[in-house]
Design a binder for this molecule. Structure first.
Ligand code: IMP
Length: 199
């Protein structure tokens, strides 16, 4: 039988406050106590892989080893079709240091305009990884399709939410109530797979 995740303390291996909020919203109603890497003063692991799965595993593994408890991580990003899937795993880095997501959204828009792109389709991808201290690990991928709009709209959410209009909607992720976004996001899609396999 495959390994199950027992409700209890779960380390969220991320320093991204927006992700922590979304992971808490997903896992706390089903009995987990989510503690973030930031709250535990864990170091941020370097993301050296070229896939979402690989980077999610680096983060979950490091947190599980550091805490001795099962750890959950999310590696996610925005894949823009006309840019050959960029920024993809480099989505966070496009915001520079200190992180400025307006600058990152502007860079995507500039690159689309530079190639006069007619295709503005894009998808958010989330890969959730769970790692146990004994080395067992699993990953789950979720995606949500949409189109990019310019200029950015909306004050809610985080990251690239203000330029992403999910398919079937005419508002951006940043204009949706958090509960609406959380019910349909790439992270929610990965979470449904995780629930089916681990709970
Ligand atoms: P990483 O997973 O830490 O490498 O960072 C992924 C980056 O993708 C985040 O910093 C955000 O900019 C972006 N991202 C991931 N999920 C979302 C989302 O739900 N909304 C907006 N931006 C997101």
């Amino acid at each position: 039988m495959s390994r199950k995740l027992i409700p209890g303390r779960l380390v969220a291996a991320t320093h991204n406050k927006g992700k922590v909020v979304e992971l808490k919203d997903l896992f706390e109603p089903i009995g987990f106590q989510v503690i973030s890497a930031g709250e535990l003063n864990l170091e941020e692991a370097e993301e050296t892989e070229l896939t979402f799965e690989g980077n999610a595993l680096i983060k979950a593994r490091a947190a599980a080893q550091a805490t001795g408890a099962p750890a959950l991580s999310d590696d996610s990003g925005l894949e823009v079709t006309a840019l050959g899937g960029m920024p993809g795993v480099h989505t966070a880095i496009w915001a520079g240091e200190p992180r400025d997501f307006y600058r990152a959204m502007e860079k995507v828009e500039r690159e689309l305009q530079a190639i006069d792109a007619k295709d503005r389709s894009a998808r958010f991808v989330s890969c959730l990884a769970v790692a146990w201290p004994d080395g067992h690990e699993v990953t789950f991928r979720g995606e949500v399709e949409g189109t990019l709009t310019w200029p950015p709209r909306g004050e809610m959410g985080f990251g690239y939410d203000p330029v992403f209009v999910p398919t079937g909607f005419d508002v951006t992720f940043a204009e949706l109530e958090p509960a609406q976004k959380h019910a349909m996001s790439h992270r929610a899609a990965a979470f449904e797979k995780l629930k089916a396999a681990l709970l």
